[in-house]
Design a protein. Structure first.
Lengths: 143, 261
């Protein structure tokens, strides 16, 4: 979400502090999504200036049958960096989706978007990631 | 003919769950089932799910900083306030369920009470209350006798047995009487009293009023209301006797209790 480990750690710590503060006052919301809302807010606040001017939307490509083989060539940090570089709210949508912890209704709640918007964000992100994947990884059939 | 997914289903397929486990969401399951019946959509969905699974696997490999892992030990200590039973009771789903149960219980009690008021002659008794409200003096034979003599009157003139007034009502003064047949062909005895707004009815559910009485005679003053009149019905020797009074049950009950003392 932040593209930078130090900022991510600060966002995480501030989220925990906020939770501790609310818990001490007996005001911690009884909502399992609260911490994700708060963490996203912390990340967006920190990256408002640094990641605001990321590259515009790149043309996407259809998902290739060998895409999983190409993904396997990547390092986790490369994926994290690519997701962090995408503009909001696509960045949050991809992060939440690939964490594989939320239903699409929960993601709509977290991102405050409609179903069609969420589908659009994920679908475009997937196509753009495929295009980037084609550019940075070798064709599995050639290797 | 080429088939394609609706925009709504395509949106759901774009967010299809990464794992192969069936979704708990009905709309999502429906969209995925439809997509699997269209060859192009099925191939696209398979490629999408393989792609998503590969990315999700890679996502899980992103290392969490050690400092953050240490903080997770303390996260378990953070607990929200326990939801009180009052707060739980105010939840809309609980309120709606409670309301539905209350309505059903109310209906159940209403029908149960209604059932308690019902007895074999109640339908006829209600019809006779309407008759009571519409009867004119000219429709009746003029008589002038104590109610105790009505049994003889009905037997001698109409050959009707058991059309006898209970002893508690024996001293009432009858001023008019008649016998007619109701819609079912049963003969009904009607008596108008000198006392305004009170009438007696005798009726039987048997075709012949002289039929032998039934063995079970447990009816004791059941109330019916219709047409602005209320009746108290009792059964003796197979014949129903009804005291009808203009007004509500609240008007008739004290009137009756005076007589039953």
């Amino acid at each position: 979400m932040t593209g930078e480990a130090t900022q991510a750690l600060e966002a995480f710590q501030d989220t925990i502090r906020e939770a501790a503060l609310l818990a001490a006052r007996g005001q911690l919301p009884d909502d399992r999504l609260w911490s994700f809302h708060e963490a996203r807010h912390q990340c967006l606040t920190r990256t408002a200036n640094t990641l605001g001017g990321e590259p515009g939307p790149s043309p996407g490509e259809a998902i290739a049958p060998d895409a999983d083989s190409r993904v396997a060539q990547l390092q986790p940090e490369q994926l994290a960096a690519w997701i962090a570089a995408t503009p909001e709210p696509q960045r949050s949508a991809l992060a939440f989706f690939y964490l594989n912890e939320f239903s699409h209704r929960e993601m709509q709640n977290l991102l405050d978007v409609k179903m069609s918007e969420l589908a659009n964000l994920i679908s475009h992100g997937r196509a753009q990631f495929q295009a980037w994947l084609n550019a940075v990884t070798a064709d599995p059939e050639m290797t | 003919m080429k088939r394609w997914l609706s925009r709504r289903k395509q949106a759901l397929v774009d967010c299809a769950p990464i794992s192969d486990a069936p979704s708990s969401d009905r709309a999502m399951r429906s969209a995925l089932e439809t997509a699997r019946t269209i060859p192009e959509a099925a191939a696209s969905l398979t490629a999408q799910q393989r792609f998503d699974q590969a990315v999700a696997t890679l996502t899980r490999k992103i290392t969490i900083p050690k400092e953050a892992e240490e903080w997770f030990v303390n996260v378990a200590l953070l607990k929200g306030p326990k939801r009180s039973w009052k707060k739980t009771a105010r939840h809309p789903a609980i309120l709606a369920t409670a309301l539905a149960v209350l309505v059903m219980a109310g209906l159940g009690i209403f029908y149960f009470v209604e059932q308690l008021q019902e007895f074999p002659g109640s339908a006829t008794a209600k019809k006779l209350l309407v008759v009571a409200s519409q009867t004119r003096p000219s429709q009746l034979d003029r008589i002038n006798t104590d109610a105790i003599n009505l049994g003889d009157y009905f037997f001698m003139k109409f050959q009707l047995e058991h059309f006898e007034v209970p002893m508690r009502f024996a001293d009432f003064r009858a001023t008019g009487a008649r016998v007619f047949e109701d819609e079912d062909g049963h003969r009904v005895g009607q008596v108008v009293l000198a006392e305004s707004g009170v009438q007696f009815f005798f009726f039987s559910l048997e075709k012949s009023a002289s039929a032998p009485p039934r063995k079970t005679e447990k009816l004791r003053w059941k109330f019916v209301s219709d047409g602005g009149w209320t009746g108290a019905v009792d059964r003796r020797n197979g014949t129903y006797f009804m005291v009808a009074k203009r007004g509500s049950k609240a008007d008739l009950r004290p009137y009756l209790s005076e007589r039953l003392k």
